[in-house]
Design a protein around this ligand. Structure first.
Ligand SMILES: [Zn+2]
Ligand SMILES: [Zn+2]
Length: 165
């Protein structure tokens, strides 16, 4: 895909100090129903768009990175606005610094990125009714089995570049 024609997605925090842009569509979008995401959002689930870190441009402001415990035990780094403290993305130990988990709700048009998969549905809130047609798994999944071909190719390129540890 020509980068000039790639769709972009802008977002930011609540006080508008931090503004960012995703330079292309994401690799994959998770709707995570795990207890950790429920606690961290104070809600029923988290919506994360996974994208290569070098495709996220900070347009304005800067982020404060907070080390936070995670389900895996390896921790996550949550990037927050230093003023209003809203979280805009995370990096998890598994994917390293090369992949950002953008908080879809911080996009200006979050409707553009519905979930590609529902994960950790074992702890889904019982009143959340999942739509038919979107894959759902009790815990996690194998990337090679679920991501579209184009995203797997991007992942291969990312690993080859040495960016993913
Ligand atoms: Zn802010
Ligand atoms: Zn989760």
């Amino acid at each position: 895909m020509n980068a000039d024609q790639a769709p972009t997605f802008d977002g930011g925090c609540t006080c508008r100090f931090v503004r960012y842009r995703m330079a292309s569509k994401p690799l994959f979008v998770h709707c995570c129903h795990c207890r950790w995401c429920q606690r961290e959002t104070g809600s029923a689930f988290a919506l994360n768009a996974l994208i290569e870190a070098d495709r996220v441009q900070v347009l304005q402001g800067e982020v404060d990175v907070v080390d936070t415990p995670s389900l895996s035990g390896k921790g996550q780094k949550i990037a927050r606005c230093p003023k209003c403290r809203v979280a805009v993305w995370s990096n998890y130990a598994g994917a390293g610094d090369a992949v950002r988990f953008i908080r879809v709700g911080t996009l200006d048009e979050p409707d553009r990125l519905p979930p590609d998969i529902h994960i950790f549905t074992a702890s889904k809130q019982p009143w959340v009714v999942l739509p038919p047609g979107t894959p759902a798994v009790a815990e996690y999944y194998k990337t090679s089995q679920r991501w579209p071909k184009e995203s797997l190719e991007r992942r291969t390129a990312l690993i080859a570049s040495g960016a993913q540890r």
